[in-house]
Design a protein around this ligand. Structure first.
Ligand code: ATP
Ligand code: MG
Length: 374
C-alpha cells in the first residue's frame, strides 16, 4: 500500500469571486503617483468584483534595507496608511503582511526548484533594478531570491489577476512559468492544455493546483520619474508621493526640465511634462495643450506646470486628508488591527494552498494548524 496521497482532486474552498493578488514593498514610507496610475486605480476599481489580497512585501524590503529594521517597520505602517487613505477597504479586501504568512516562505523554497537559476538571473526587471539602484555586484543572495519569492506571494493566493505596473511583467511571466510547470509536473496536466484551463484540467480526477495568473497593467503602464529617465520609484528620489504637501507637489512639478529654447519652441513629445499632462489632465485639455506646444504658439511652461500641479493636488488632496487623520495613536492602532485581521484571513488561504502543494509534491505527512490568538 502506498503511503503517498494522490494528486489533489478538488479545490476545497473554490472562491465565489475570482481572486486578485498584488502588493507593494515597504522600501519607503509611502506610495507615489506611479503606484496610483500603475496599480492602485485598478485595485480600487476591482475590489468590489474580486476577492482581493493586497500584500505588503516587508520581507522583500530587506533585500535593500537589511540593516534598517526600524525603517522597514515604519514603512510598513506607512504603506497601510496610504492604502487606507487611497480607499482600499479592509472590509472588502484582505491586507496581507508577508512576514506573518509562513506558507509564503515555504512555497518560495519549493518553487525555487522549478526555476532555472540562469533564468532568474536573466530576469530583466532584476537587471534594471540592480542598475538603477546602484547595487553593483554586492547585492545579497536574497535579492534575486525575491523574484522567486514573488511567485510564492502570488501563487499562495491562487489568483487569476495581478494588477501591476509594466516593470513587473517579467516577474508575472516567471510566476506563470512556475504555475504551468507545477501543474504539469505534479498535477498531471498535459503539456498542451492552455494556461487558462489549467485550474480545471488534468487527467480524470486530478486537477491543476494553480490558476495561471495574468498581469493587469494599469492606465499608465510606466510613469516616468521627475528625472525624466527612470520610472517613478520610491527608492530613486524621483517621486511625487501621495502624502506630499500641496506646496511640495508644486515645487516638484516646477523642477521638471522641458528643454525648450523659448516659449514658442516645440516640446519633445516624450518629455516628462507631456507624459504627466497625459496622465493627470482631462483628455481634451491635454490634447489642447499638446496641440499648442506643437503649433509654435506661445506656451508658458510655468502656467502649464501650475495647472498640472493643481490637477495632481485635486487627485491626492482627499487622500492626503484621510492620511493625516491616520497620523494619530488611534490611526496607528487601526493600522495594527487591520494588519492582524488580514494576517488571520490570509493564513487560511495560504495554508490551504501550501497543503495542496505539499500533497501534490507528495511531501505532506499530516496537516498542521497555525494559531493566531486574539
Ligand atoms: P522600489 O523602488 O522599492 O522598487 P517602487 O516604487 O518600484 O519601489 P514597488 O513596491 O516595487 O514600488 O511597486 C509596487 C507596484 O507599483 C508594482 O505593481 C509596480 O509595477 C507599480 N509601480 C511602481 N512604480 C510605477 C511606475 N512608475 N509606473 C507604473 N507603475 C508603477
Ligand atoms: Mg519596484
Amino acid at each position: 500500500m502506498s503511503t503517498q496521497p494522490g494528486p489533489p482532486t478538488a479545490h476545497p474552498h473554490r472562491p465565489h469571486r475570482p481572486r486578485i493578488l498584488t502588493g507593494d514593498t515597504p522600501t519607503h514610507t509611502g506610495l507615489h503617483l506611479g503606484h496610483f496610475v500603475g496599480s492602485l486605480e485598478n485595485r480600487l476599481r476591482l475590489q468590489d468584483e474580486y476577492d482581493c489580497y493586497f500584500l505588503i512585501a516587508n520581507v522583500h524590503a530587506f533585500t535593500t534595507l537589511a540593516d534598517k529594521p526600524e525603517l522597514v517597520r515604519a514603512n510598513t505602517i506607512g504603506i497601510v496608511k496610504d492604502w487606507l487613505a487611497v480607499g482600499l477597504d479592509p472590509e472588502k479586501s484582505t491586507f496581507v503582511l508577508q512576514s506573518e504568512v509562513p506558507a509564503i516562505a515555504e512555497l518560495t523554497f519549493l518553487f525555487a526548484m522549478l526555476l532555472p537559476f540562469n533564468k532568474v538571473m536573466r530576469n530583466p526587471t532584476l537587471k534594471t533594478e540592480i542598475d538603477s539602484k546602484g547595487l553593483g555586484d554586492s547585492y545579497s543572495f536574497g535579492f534575486p531570491m525575491y523574484a522567486v519569492g514573488q511567485c510564492a506571494d502570488i501563487l499562495a493566493f491562487r489568483p487569476e489577476l495581478v494588477p501591476v505596473g509594466e516593470d513587473q511583467e517579467a516577474h508575472i511571466e516567471m510566476c506563470r512559468d512556475v504555475a504551468l510547470k507545477f501543474n504539469q509536473m505534479y498535477c498531471a496536466v498535459g503539456n498542451r492544455v492552455p494556461a487558462e484551463e489549467h485550474a480545471k484540467a488534468g487527467t480524470p480526477g486530478a486537477s491543476g493546483v494553480f490558476p495561471v495568473p495574468k498581469a493587469k497593467i494599469g492606465r499608465v503602464a510606466r510613469l516616468v520619474g521627475l528625472d525624466g529617465v527612470q520610472k517613478m520609484s520610491k527608492s530613486l528620489g524621483n517621486a511625487i508621493f501621495l502624502y506630499d504637501s500641496e506646496k511640495d507637489v508644486q515645487k516638484k512639478v516646477n523642477k521638471i526640465v522641458t528643454g525648450r529654447a523659448s516659449s514658442t519652441s516645440p516640446i519633445d513629445p516624450k518629455n516628462t511634462l507631456v507624459q504627466y499632462i497625459d496622465a493627470f489632465l482631462p483628455g481634451e485639455r491635454a490634447e489642447q495643450i499638446k496641440a499648442d506646444y506643437a503649433s509654435g504658439k506661445e506656451v508658458m511652461d510655468g502656467h502649464v506646470k501650475a495647472e498640472l500641479a493643481a490637477a495632481i493636488n485635486a487627485i491626492i488632496d482627499p487622500m492626503r486628508k484621510r492620511r493625516e487623520k491616520l497620523e494619530s495613536p488611534e490611526g496607528e492602532a487601526r493600522v495594527i488591527e487591520v494588519i492582524r485581521r488580514g494576517v488571520k484571513k490570509a493564513n487560511v488561504v495560504a495554508e490551504e494552498t501550501l497543503l495542496m502543494t505539499k500533497r501534490a509534491m507528495r511531501i505532506e505527512f499530516g496537516e498542521r494548524r497555525l494559531d493566531f490568538p486574539g
